[in-house]
Design a protein around this ligand. Structure first.
Ligand code: AMP
Length: 185
């Protein structure tokens, strides 16, 4: 978990590779559908461009379905999910049904100003429609209102691992690996 631009996607891939499990990114799944203009893509395209959240019913169904695939049988890492209280509940229910549990929730932290400039730079490179100044501000606000409070929920459950997200990819990745080894030992 972490605010837009903090580097969740990059770090998720590294951590998942380290543990030999799939990194499942809801943002990536949605972007695939938008790019390929599937019915789901057409449904979520405008929401994503505005920087808002895709409704929980859609997001929860996609994650539940994805976690049932064979490659997720030995574990998984979710990137960018859950992002709302409703998604926390849905994930709890999905895991309860399959007899799974969370080992840890990684929270990557960084200053908002720095993230905004990172996102603007990424917009230039990747041309993402949800990365312009206005939508970035909106995405930060939505994160603050809907997702930031969920960290307290996971902290209360004793699952939260907070990691400073500022630094090189390798530095942050090392911090995560170290924090996780402490947490999981
Ligand atoms: P991300 O790549 O994780 O920043 O996600 C890009 C966009 O996809 C977000 O700004 C949302 O519009 C949508 N999205 C991704 N994950 C979720 C989620 N868990 N709940 C709702 N919308 C999501």
């Amino acid at each position: 978990m972490g605010p837009p631009g903090v580097g969740k996607g990059t770090q998720a891939c590294g951590v998942a590779a380290h543990f030999g499990i799939p990194a499942i990114s809801t943002g990536e799944i949605f972007r695939y559908h938008v790019k390929n203009q599937t019915p789901l893509g057409q449904q979520v395209s405008a929401i994503m461009s505005s920087g808002g959240y895709v409704p929980d019913e859609i997001t929860n169904a996609i994650v539940a379905e994805r976690l049932r695939l064979d490659d997720a049988a030995q574990g998984w890492l979710l990137d960018g999910y859950p992002r709302t209280a409703g998604q926390v509940e849905a994930l709890d229910a999905t895991m309860q049904a399959s007899g799974e549990h969370l080992d840890a929730v990684i929270s990557l932290t960084a200053e908002t100003d720095l993230l905004v400039s990172r996102l603007l730079k990424r917009a230039e490179i990747e041309g993402r429609a949800d990365d312009n100044a206005e939508t970035i501000r909106h995405r930060m606000a939505v994160y603050h209102d809907a997702t930031d409070p969920l960290l307290a929920t996971y902290a209360e459950r004793g699952l939260l691992v907070e990691v400073d997200g500022i630094g090189s990819i390798d530095e942050v990745s090392e911090r995560i690996t170290h924090a996780l080894s402490v947490k999981l030992s």
